[in-house]
Design a protein around this ligand. Sequence first.
Ligand SMILES: CC(C)(COP(=O)(O)OP(=O)(O)OC[C@H]1O[C@@H](n2cnc3c(N)ncnc32)[C@H](O)[C@@H]1OP(=O)(O)O)[C@@H](O)C(=O)NCCC(=O)NCCS
Length: 248
Amino acid sequence: MAIDLEKILRPIDSPIPEFPPKLMTLAGGEEMVIRQVGREEIPDLLPHVAPLMHVERDFYNIVASRVYAELLGFYTHRVQDEYVLVAQIDGELAAIVNGRRVSAEVGMSYHTLALRRGLRVGAHAFAAKMEYHIDILKQKEVLIVAESPIGFRRWMIEYKLEKRFDIPHELGGVPSWALTSELYDKARSSLVVGRRPVPEHLLAKAKAGITAPSDPPTPPIDLLAATRSLGDSTATALIEQRNKLGGS
Ligand SMILES: CC(C)(COP(=O)(O)OP(=O)(O)OC[C@H]1O[C@@H](n2cnc3c(N)ncnc32)[C@H](O)[C@@H]1OP(=O)(O)O)[C@@H](O)C(=O)NCCC(=O)NCCS
């Protein structure tokens, strides 16, 4: 008898409520929509994440590589109970956040990736993800880690997260931090912004298509130049590499 292996490989997602779309006005006056995307929209996100795998600055490379894998994992049904939210400004992709439901009471925050800098779109998208876990899924806490100093400032310090160092986080097994529902309530008035419902025409524009970020972080001409320069203040290694590439 033929076995349908795909049925064994695929986890069965738990039925959970969706994130209700929200709208916020950014410091520069732009309107940003945050909404949940399904599997069918993942192929529209991947091409905008891939180039960031080569942006070493601010740890975009490791975060984008992991986000790419997590989006593929979601698309191909290889992760249990994952969700993905996107932030869009006039259709344009501004941020991606994702995570998963571990149990009825505990959520796992995966990543926050800002594709437009300097407007706190990442901070707002992260807040929406916490709102999803605590207000919509009614979870008691969310396990979080930071892979970058900016992330640490934004999450651990701004929300005053609690240590859960006895729990290895799914991102690399590093010690977890937690946003509890009590901490979320304290942050609610200052960090969680936005309004509902999103006006029909703005939601329709966002759903009509995810368009390319207009000013995403870009890689340097010399990949890994920042890391190399740490132990190579005269840039000799770079010059040698260029010579090799140039064939001289
Ligand atoms: C962490 C992250 C989501 C925060 O996004 P954000 O809230 O929109 O904030 P930005 O990254 O735009 O800005 C962060 C700081 O850099 C400054 N900044 C602004 N424009 C910048 C630019 N073009 N380049 C570098 N830094 C910039 C900002 O002024 C801000 O300073 P502040 O903390 O004093 O406000 C985002 O930096 C990011 O995606 N980083 C790479 C991936 C990552 O680390 N994700 C989190 C994993 S834990």
